[in-house]
Write a protein that binds this ligand. Structure first.
Ligand SMILES: [Ca+2]
Ligand SMILES: [Ca+2]
Length: 365
């Protein structure tokens, strides 16, 4: 999922708003839709550069912490086939060799992120003031910090306008996931959400860790299996059971909740993969370090690939994007199939939402 943070202000010109909002669903939709075509044709509406609320450099002053590998799993290095023929930006499938690394067994939780904030007074991007200069068309009183929250639609809707189910909610951030007045009390063991790439990287630095490369993430997610349809295997419901927190029912109006979770689930609610890692499929999307380009695999390094040196998304040329992986509780075969093995997601680096989190990796010292 991705959105450009300017896209949630209805005061923007309608044509631009459409173009920007159309881009939201692209990572979740393999079919070229009318919305994508709209996004392509109106790409000139998208402002260049990143809003300055994201340019704060708090993380530059963060001191790198001492790595604690408690709760991490050592992944032995090796070779694997990376990518998927099913998605244009995941081709070609190619052989990659990577060194061993530690990876968090589960997504970073609210409790873990709260410790980081308590220790550093870090303010996430969603909590920072917006600079009026970045939003010349938006009245100053509307420039309030916030983030994107999913709300089911009351009835069936066309899937080409994600603004029907995504809202920019003032006050929404990691500590108030549904906006002002909401809290994470009782959800300490849920994945932290509403984190931008910068926020995730800041946490990782404080923890003496780093964000995974896309190759590391996929190697870990495959759990020792190659060429499976899903990371858990080839059947959607092995033994007639849901084995990841995704979406059942009709998107976005009717979630039948067959897997037991309408939204995010506490980490480790579903079975671990072959490496002992939880929720690599679904629950919340996870940031990776690599810049996003749809052609990245055409010139990727065969050994420990670090991703391209810059970002480019033809659907939204002005936005800087990094890779996100694994899909979320909003993915289903109806709408978002980017939880399938080898598929890729992408996100504008300043944007968060209530279905986006991360986990960290670390090198052996
Ligand atoms: Ca679910
Ligand atoms: Ca996940």
């Amino acid at each position: 999922m991705q959105f450009h943070s300017k896209s949630f202000f209805p005061q923007l010109k309608l044509t631009c708003l459409l173009a920007l909002t159309a881009a939201i669903g692209i990572s979740c939709d393999t079919k070229k839709t009318a919305a994508e075509k709209t996004a392509d044709s109106l790409a000139h509406c998208i402002a260049e550069g990143i809003p300055s609320r994201a340019s704060a450099i708090q993380n530059a002053s963060l001191v790198a912490g001492k790595t604690d590998t408690t709760g991490m799993v050592w992944i032995h290095g090796g070779e694997f086939l990376m990518g998927s023929d099913e998605f244009p930006d995941s081709r070609p499938v190619h052989e990659v060799t990577i060194n061993g690394f530690y990876i968090d067994a589960h997504e970073v939780t609210n409790a873990q992120f709260a410790k980081f904030v308590a220790a550093t007074n870090y303010k996430t991007v969603a909590e920072r003031p917006l600079n009026p200069a970045d939003y010349p068309d938006v009245p100053a009183d509307k420039l309030v910090p916030g983030s994107a929250v999913f709300t089911p639609t009351p009835t069936q809707v066309s899937l080409n306008n994600p603004l029907q189910w995504w809202s920019y909610v003032p006050g929404a951030n990691w500590a108030q996931p549904e906006g002002k007045g909401s809290s994470i009390k009782g959800r300490e063991n849920y994945p932290v959400v509403h984190v931008s790439h910068e926020d995730a990287a800041a946490y990782a630095k404080w923890a003496g860790k780093r964000l995974p490369t896309e190759a590391e993430w996929e190697y870990a997610a495959r759990g020792g299996k190659n060429e499976q349809k899903y990371y858990w295997g080839n059947e959607l419901k092995p033994g007639k059971k849901w084995v990841a927190n995704i979406y059942q029912g009709h998107f976005p109006d009717k979630n039948t909740n067959e897997d037991g979770y309408i939204g995010a689930a506490p980490v480790k609610s579903f079975p671990a993969n072959g490496y002992g890692l939880y929720d690599m499929d679904g629950n919340v999307w996870e940031w990776c370090e690599d810049f996003y380009r749809p052609d990245a695999y055409q010139k990727s390094s065969a050994k420990n690939p670090q991703g391209p040196s810059d970002s480019y998304d033809p659907d939204e040329p002005g936005a800087v994007k990094r890779v996100q992986r694994g899909g979320s509780f909003l993915c289903s075969d109806d709408y978002c199939i980017r939880y399938k093995a080898g598929s890729r997601g992408k996100g504008e680096v300043t944007s968060g939402s209530n279905n986006l989190g991360f986990r960290c990796v670390a090198d052996r010292k």
